[in-house]
Design a protein around this ligand. Sequence first.
Ligand code: ACO
Length: 322
Amino acid sequence: MSRFAQIISSARYVPEKVVTNEDLTKLMDTSDEWIRSRTGIKERHVVTDENTSDLCVIVAEQLLSKSGILAEQLDFILVATMSPDYTSPSVACQVQGLIGAKNAMAFDISAACSGFVYGVSIAEKFIRTGSSYGLVIGGETLSKLLNWEDRSTAVLFGDGAAGVLLEASETPSIQKEKIAADGTRNQALTAGFHENNSPFYGEKSESSYCLSMVGRDIFDFALRDVVANIKEVVGDELDSIDYFLLHQANERIIEKISKKLKVPREKFLTNMDRYGNTSAASIPILFDEAVETGKIQLGSKQKVVFTGYGGGLTWGSILLTL
Ligand code: ACO
């Protein structure tokens, strides 16, 4: 029997607290008008007492209950995150322990905002080689990585988690993919630098724990490399795609990509107005909302494209038939 990865359920969870652009004007020199017109973001969810693993456990439990699969049936749990609770244990191992998925291997994927796309790609290889069920979750608490006095980054990001449960199927779902990285441009976005405080270490680094980004470079990268990547994966099939689910960083980037590809803007789903940039969680949050509203139906044979891009630099697209 051929084995292909099929998405059979999706789920999301965002923390309760909503921080509006107006709220941010009380913390820094910014305005609702600037944030909305430059990014499309109106508000974001921010944790008050939860960590990344807490968000991911809720998503994992929802995925199991929606699909009727038991935790013991899972063969793998992959969590894409750039804001884990710890360097070790991984968030994936924390989730594995808390939901009782005793037969699942578990590890985190560090590919910033491309992490979910990397995760789905890896999951499909595990399923091809014998796994039957697995979770891919993108989960972030970026609020802990932000410098809340830096208006150029603090207004852009939000917290949240979402994911999918995949099962082995005889019908191919992933039609094509191209996942990429360029480490020579790694300084365009950095976050979470760990200072070495060993008594034997003499150097002081200028790198920071807080997220730092050369916004313009990432903007240009999205319009050049990401557009080329989508074209490579979708080829002549652009017109036949039902929906494009791109990483939710900036409304203007999506508008420009839709123009460059000559694909109607309506085919690009967006929700960054309500969540901001949730990094690895952004594509699965968008996907789960579309499933909930019926725009996207699992098992419908609709064609969708997942496209992630971000720190690393990393990027990639996957074309799926649902
Ligand atoms: N409020 C008010 N003014 C601001 C703010 C703010 N929050 N932030 C910056 N400004 C000011 C700047 O100081 C600057 O002022 P100056 O001209 O007096 O110096 C002016 O606004 C313009 O700043 P720019 O940085 O040039 O603004 P730009 O139009 O490039 O927009 C943005 C910035 C929104 C970050 C844009 O570059 C962008 O979206 N880049 C892509 C980001 C992205 O896609 N990230 C995804 C990857 S994230 C990941 O992997 C985790």
